[in-house]
Every structure is written in structure tokens, then in C-alpha cells.
Design a protein around this ligand. Structure first.
Ligand code: FES
Ligand SMILES: [Fe+2]
Length: 458
């Protein structure tokens, strides 16, 4: 399909104030990285629907994407002691990620080098990796430790180095642990790039703990679930309760290499709303407080929702962040800062505490695992990370009370996902139509996956 040249058509933006206009009213000095704009324009072609539906494309993603890309495996806090390990699964692959010493994390394909049994099937802590089948064992650092009936393996005497568990690359950033199975991979630092690392320096992600971790099986391709969180365009139809106080069409979308951000301003109404709400109405809707009921935070006559909520946010975070909160912008306490690290990891920025991950559900391209985490600041001793609550395809998010208000919103998003997967089979055209700016993160992800596939298998 021929691509239109982007420079022939000027880039339009939504009516109403942009996020940059909202920043002009901020009560604090606005740092340069909030001012940066980096739109992604790469033609207008439709996204072929076989990217979601075909087994063949799933096989290509396994061979060319998941085998070569940096991917979020766990948080450092999930490996608290030497010997702690987690099992990280992606499509039909399984990796052991383990803390081998106070300052080193390693990862191995999770398989015994005797006859190929999976070594571990759950997270835990151990002093060695011993296979439950015949008892071959490895040290935490991957060296071979024990051969049962050694007399019967004389041929291993000359193969000792090939009996160490093979390693895959590990990198850490902001308390997140990533792995990359490709021995030729660039470093995690280079993959992420300076931009996102600079932004997150302000928000102290290391000093947070997993307050909630909920996963749900959804009957759709992983990209359909992921894409449901990659634009704010759907808010008017999917989450109409947010229209009075969220300027989703005015979101700013930026792409830097393998990272993206979509920032939606709060405290301005969606321009699709047929009336102009008052500041108090916006605040009530944002806090889910009915008319006539008292507001839980101070709100003076003549104030804006942004002033009231940023003041309350500063007070809430003062205990963990100290008086540094006085220098942070209103935008950092209010707006929806949804970052994406290609391909499937979405840490929210600023003082939002959410992050998401989307993976194929095992080797099934028509089912996925969608996870929501809360990453919360703490003072004093680090609380232990929450255990995962697992929801099946028909369990509602509201079965996980730890998600509080977000459960209802996630329910609204999830309601579309399976119906998109089914709908794509009904669609009488080859591809999916994307808007140019608001849905540019979807195009960026698909373009990058295509690049990995064109590069070929490892
Ligand atoms: S398969 Fe692991 S010890 Fe035999
Ligand atoms: Fe949504």
C-alpha cells in the first residue's frame, strides 16, 4: 500500500487547549523535558489484520521479536535475597531470573540440560537449581554442581563448560529487571535511550514497592489488549464518566526510539462534551464524589481542580518524597503519564502508581495475559511485594479489590478486547484504520515489530 508523504499534509491537533497550553498555567517552573515534543508520523497505511489473527505472524514474533528484544521480567524487590528466583514466561519460552550474589542478577533458560525438564515451575528461593526428574543440579551462578550416577556419564568429563546453564542478558533500570535472550543485543541502557531515563530520574521508581499485582487472561491477541491502553481516543465512548475532567483528545504523544509517552491533561473537559462543566463538577467527577456529599480534600470558591488536586497530591507524597514535592509541577501530580517501553511494558510516569504488561498467554496467539501493578512509595522499611492475584477470562477485575477504582475502568477497557479480536475475523477489509496522531503509538509499535520480523530470527 503506498504511503502518503507526511510532509504534504500538515499535522492537525485537537480543538481546545493542548497539554502544552495547560503547562503554561502550572504553578511551578516547568522543566525542559515536559516541554519536549516528538510526534511520530510514518504514513497512513492500515495495519494488516493478520498481525493479530494469524498463527504465522505469532510464530514470527516468537522467532524474531521475543527472542531478541529487551523485555520486563520482574522488579528487583521480587528478588530480595541471594537465591531468590522468579520464572518469567514469554510465549513458549521460560526463563529463570535469579539473584546470584548481593549485586548480581542472572537469567537462564529454565530447563535442565539432561533430558530437558523445566527446572522450576513457580517463584521461590533456593540454594541450587536441582532438577526434579533425575537430580542434576546447578549452582546459582549456573555452574554444574551435581551429576547423579556420575559413573554413567563418562562423556561429560570433556564437556563440563557446555553443561553450565546458558545465560541470557539481564539489565536493570529504575528497579525494573529486564532480560534479552539475544547474545548480540545492545545494552538495556542503549535500548532505552537517554530520554526516558532522564524523565524517570525525577520520580524515584526504585524506592517504591509492588502494592498490588493482578493478572487476567483475556481472549484476544496480546497487541489488542496492549493497544487499548496506547491512546486516549477511546475515552469518550469507553469511559464517558471521565469526559468532564479529562482532555483526552488533547493528549500529547511523543516517541523516542524504543520508548513512547502519551500524556493526557486532567482538569480540562473533553471537547466532545456538549456542555462546559464547573471546576467543582470536574473535581467531584475525578474523585467520584456525588453532588451534595462532602469533598475529601479542601476546595475553595474560585479555585481550579488542578490547584486543589496538586495541593492534595503534594501533601500525600510529602511523607515519602520530602519537601522536594514543592518543586514538582502540578502536571506531575495530576495528569495521566502513560509511558511505553517497546514492545509490551507500560510504566506510568510521575506520581501515578500504575504499570502494565501484556504477553501472549503461553503459545496461544488468541489469548493474552494482561497485568496491572501498583508501584507505591513507602517510608520506613520496604513492605514485601504483593502476591499475584490471578483472574481467569470470565473473572471481572472487580474481583481484585486491591485495584480500588481502577478495577471498574479496566473492566470497561477489557470489555472491548475480546470483541475486537472477534470483530477482526468479521472485518471485510485487509487492515485496521488508525488515526494519525492520537493512535500513533499503535503505528510505532507495529512498525517496530515489523522491523524485528524483517531482521529475522536470532
Ligand atoms: S531431566 Fe533433569 S535430571 Fe534428568
Ligand atoms: Fe481505557
Amino acid at each position: 500500500m503506498p504511503k502518503h508523504a507526511d510532509d504534504q499534509i500538515p499535522l492537525e491537533r485537537s480543538p481546545g487547549p493542548s497539554w502544552q497550553d495547560v503547562l503554561d498555567q502550572d504553578s511551578r517552573p516547568v522543566p525542559e523535558f515536559l516541554r519536549a515534543e516528538s510526534p511520530y508520523l510514518n504514513g497512513f497505511s492500515d495495519i494488516p489484520k493478520d498481525r493479530y489473527l494469524s498463527r504465522e505472524w505469532h510464530e514470527k514474533e516468537k522467532a524474531c521479536l521475543w527472542s531478541r528484544v529487551w523485555q520486563f521480567a520482574c522488579r528487583e524487590e521480587q528478588l530480595p535475597e541471594v537465591g531468590s528466583y522468579i520464572v518469567y514466561e514469554i510465549a513458549d519460552q521460560s526463563y529463570l531470573v535469579t539473584k546470584v550474589s548481593e549485586d548480581e542478577i542472572k537469567a537462564y533458560p529454565n530447563v535442565c540440560l539432561h533430558r530437558g525438564r523445566l527446572l522450576k515451575t513457580y517463584d521461590g528461593r533456593c540454594t541450587e537449581f536441582r532438577c526434579p526428574f533425575h537430580g542434576f543440579a546447578w549452582h546459582l551462578d549456573g555452574g554444574l554442581k551435581h551429576i547423579p550416577a556420575e559413573w554413567d556419564f563418562p562423556h561429560l568429563e570433556t564437556r563440563s563448560e557446555d553443561m553450565a546453564l546458558p545465560e541470557v542478558n539481564v539489565g536493570t533500570w529504575a528497579g525494573f529487571v529486564f532480560i534479552n535472550p539475544d547474545p548480540e543485543a545492545e545494552s538495556l541502557h542503549d535500548f532505552l535511550g537517554e530520554e526516558i531515563m532522564r524523565h524517570f530520574e525525577r520520580w524515584d521508581m526504585e524506592n517504591r514497592y509492588i502494592q498490588a499485582h493482578v493478572s487476567k487472561i483475556v481472549n484476544c491477541n496480546w497487541k489488542i489488549a496492549n493497544e487499548a491502553f496506547s491512546e486516549g481516543f477511546h475515552v469518550n465512548a469507553t469511559h464517558p464518566q471521565g469526559m468532564t475532567y479529562t482532555g483526552d483528545p488533547q493528549s500529547q504523544v511523543d516517541i523516542w526510539g524504543n520508548t513512547a509517552r502519551n500524556i493526557s491533561p486532567k482538569g480540562i473537559p473533553c471537547p466532545l462534551l456538549p456542555f462546559v462543566p464547573t471546576e467543582e463538577q470536574m473535581l467531584r467527577d475525578a474523585l467520584d464524589v456525588r453532588e451534595g456529599e462532602p469533598l475529601p480534600i479542601p476546595f475553595e470558591e474560585g479555585e481550579t481542580m488542578r490547584t486543589a488536586l496538586s495541593r492534595a497530591g503534594r501533601e500525600r507524597f510529602r511523607e515519602s518524597f520530602g519537601d522536594r514535592v514543592d518543586d514538582l509541577t502540578d502536571a506531575e501530580f495530576l495528569d495521566a503519564w502513560v509511558y511505553t517501553v517497546f514492545p509490551n511494558f507500560m510504566p506510568w510516569g510521575a506520581f501515578n502508581r500504575i504499570f502494565y504488561r501484556f504477553r501472549p498467554n503461553g503459545d496461544n496467539h488468541e489469548s493474552c495475559i494482561f497485568e496491572i501493578f501498583y508501584l507505591t512509595p513507602f517510608s520506613g522499611d520496604r513492605p514485601p511485594p504483593a502476591l499475584e492475584t490471578k483472574l481467569g477470562p470470565s473473572d471481572p477485575w472487580t474481583d481484585a479489590p486491591e485495584l480500588e477504582k481502577l478495577a471498574m475502568v479496566a473492566e470497561q477497557d477489557t470489555f472491548n478486547m475480546q470483541r475486537v479480536h472477534q470483530g477482526l475475523k468479521v472485518l471485510r477489509r485487509e487492515g485496521v484504520l488508525l488515526s494519525r496522531y492520537q493512535e500513533s503509538i499503535l503505528r510505532w509499535r507495529q512498525d517496530l515489530i515489523q522491523e524485528y520480523v524483517e531482521l529475522g530470527p536470532q
